[in-house]
Design a binder for this molecule. Structure first.
Ligand code: PHE
Length: 473
């Protein structure tokens, strides 16, 4: 059993909830979701999305909070030690390390993108976008990334310095620790994030038709683009896979970040309600706020066809090409300020998620190698700063997409399947159920016992096999 007293703990309940919500609410909510929904059947996408929220998202949340708090009792803050507690077998630790590997991979590219959002918020307020159009922005972005040259950026150094600054800030927060670092960050960043998002949503929904001579280009049609259901698409397995992938990514399940946060709970702290609260907060930030900014405003300014083409180009295209052009030459009134808010919102969304990806690795080095926090953070910093060079300098070879594809989607499903089997079958469904409900402010509805034991693992295995057949054979 744990030696009591020394392990770090969350300061307050609200701080914990904000930290886990910060972990979940990220770039995925404001960039990835609207593009996924628009591309995969609009309102019809919400059917598989909601089904997987209930059958995968919520159950995995409870499972991960449960494994995490349980592992914390044995002073483990990361998946290798936690899996070892669940399954007394040599292999357990190695299966758990897979989660650390995913966190590390996503951390590296995610934090680099996060640094772009910081840069773009400054560029916005400084008026750098005032003459940029959708046609010129791709070169702005690629010159910023050091791939091409433009009159604004002749080399990668601006991006490089912002990248270093963002990483150092992340490491500093991790170094300050759970209550003084991560929790404090969440208490500041999350309320601001919601305020900025609400300001932007109000701005977008009151926009109407910016150019009266083009009545088709309206916010209403923007919402229709996201929400009008195309039910024919439901027969297409791609849509279902996309919905499952989005649920994973947006809730941050499937790699060990939730476990790490939950390991700093006290043994009798509530899990049942807290997990549900953070998942719901994430869905509010995704379905209500995330869907009401970028796509509707793009349709209002550029029209439906062009927005479709933009969405085809992916989430980055929407966030870093179309949005700057709207704040710039498309002349959204006070565009510099709204642009500043938009990118700062993304930065807050990003940093509260990236520290969550770093924490399991720091915990791993502390708990399993006995390092103090300073040494653990410095070790992580060294590994990350070396690996990030690859991402920064080889971006043009599609490095980022490749990493996102394997670690950010396939890896999560594999990890989730392993943990579900370990918790619900190896450790035992009854013990697991007791652990998840222990100290709970609500009782988890009994039906979830069966969902977690039978349905969740079967769906996960199905997705994994399907994916493998599509991609590897
Ligand atoms: N949930 C975060 C987002 O929506 C991303 C994330 C994934 C964070 C996995 C932590 C772990 O952007």
């Amino acid at each position: 059993m744990a030696k009591s007293g020394e392990r770090e703990q969350w300061g307050t309940r609200i701080g914990l909830i904000l930290a886990v919500a910060g972990n979940a609410v990220g770039l995925g909510n404001f960039l990835r979701f609207p593009v996924q929904a628009a591309q995969n059947g609009g309102g019809a996408f919400m059917i598989p999305y909601f089904i997987f929220f209930i059958l995968l998202g919520i159950p995995l949340m409870w499972i991960e909070w449960g494994i995490g708090r349980h592992g914390g009792k044995y002073r483990h803050g990361s998946a290798p030690g936690m899996f070892d507690v669940l399954w007394k077998h040599k292999l357990a630790k190695y299966l758990g390390s897979f989660g650390l590997f995913i966190s590390l991979t996503i951390l590296i590219y995610y934090t680099y993108i996060e640094s772009w959002t910081l840069g773009f918020s400054l560029f916005s307020i400084l008026g750098f976008f005032s003459n940029e159009t959708v046609q010129t922005m791709p070169n702005f972005l690629s010159s910023y990334q050091g791939i091409t040259e433009s009159s604004t950026f002749s080399s990668i150094w601006t991006a490089y310095l912002l990248m270093l600054f963002t990483f150092v800030l992340n490491f500093y927060i991790l170094y300050r620790g759970i209550a003084q670092g991560i929790e404090k960050l969440a208490k500041i960043a999350m309320p601001l994030l919601f305020i900025f998002a609400i300001i932007l949503v109000i701005r977008v929904v009151t926009l109407g038709t910016p150019d009266p001579s083009l009545p088709e280009n309206s916010v209403e049609n923007g919402f229709a683009f996201i929400w009008n259901p195309d039910f024919n698409q439901l027969g297409n397995p791609i849509i279902w896979l996309a919905a499952a992938g989005q649920i994973f990514f947006t809730l941050s399940v499937g790699m060990g970040t939730i476990h790490a946060y939950a390991s700093y709970l006290k043994p009798k702290d509530d899990i049942a309600l807290s997990a549900l609260t953070t998942a719901s907060t994430n869905e509010f930030a995704e379905v209500i706020l995330g869907a009401s900014i970028a796509i509707p405003v793009a349709v209002a300014f550029f029209g439906l066809d062009m927005t479709k083409a933009i969405a085809q180009g992916g989430a980055f295209n929407l966030g870093f090409v179309a949005m700057p052009a709207i704040f710039g030459s498309a002349h959204l009134p006070l565009g510099e300020i709204f642009g500043f808010l938009w990118f700062l919102l993304l930065f807050f969304a990003g940093i509260t998620s990236s520290v969550a990806m770093g924490q399991p690795i720091v915990a791993f080095l502390e708990d399993e190698f006995g390092m103090d926090r300073r040494k653990a953070v410095l070790t992580l910093a060294a590994v990350v700063l070396i690996s990030v060079q690859l991402v920064v300098f080889f971006l043009k070879y599609g490095f980022l997409d490749e990493m996102d594809y394997w670690a950010g989607t396939f890896g999560l499903v594999v990890f989730a399947l392993m943990e579900t089997i370990l918790f619900m079958w190896v450790f035992g469904a009854d013990k697991a159920w007791k652990e998840m409900n222990d100290g709970g402010d609500i009782k988890i509805p009994r039906i979830f016992y069966y969902i977690m034991k039978y349905i969740t693992p079967v769906i996960l295995a199905g997705i994994m096999i399907w994916w493998f057949v599509q991609n590897a054979l």
